[in-house]
Design a protein around this ligand. Sequence first.
Ligand SMILES: [Zn+2]
Length: 187
Amino acid sequence: MAKEKRIVVPGDFLGTSEEFTPGKGVYDEKGNIYASLTGAVNINDKRVVQVVPRVETPPTPDEGDIVVGRIEDLRDTLAVVSIACIKGKERREVAASTQGIIHISNIKSGYVTDLQHEFGYLDLVKAKVIDAKTLRLSTEGKDLGVIKAICSRCKGDLKRKGHVLTCERCKRVEVRKISEDYGKGLV
Ligand SMILES: [Zn+2]
């Protein structure tokens, strides 16, 4: 078990009023104590439980981290990804407007001629940070790539069918650099 302090969000159950005395950042409801804010649980030697708000800065991606983000812009040789979360740090919000770049050479092994065949606008992608300073990302690898996409014609959900994606609504077929986790809702 990690020694790291337990991080809770509002509504998380912390214990009963028989076990603890409610302190700051918690509330008591019918003898059950819940967190009223996001922070670290602290229990002192008098059994007072409180939640200490987090004042630390949002996490920034490190090299080797797996991130999930949305394709915000597609250019000739690169895709711009708005990073939403970092794997393993999902409960902490990434600073707004954290953007990464996937260069055409980092999409998959092998030569990519047309970036538009690999990603679509607003696709959700899972990528690895290969340079934390410039936030360059890579989707090379079976588990990396697009994990959710919508039809470019009708905005319907695209379902995976083998190596392509098909729209259930209008039957359009689209291609992507698909992650093996496509549609599974996993990060
Ligand atoms: Zn469609």
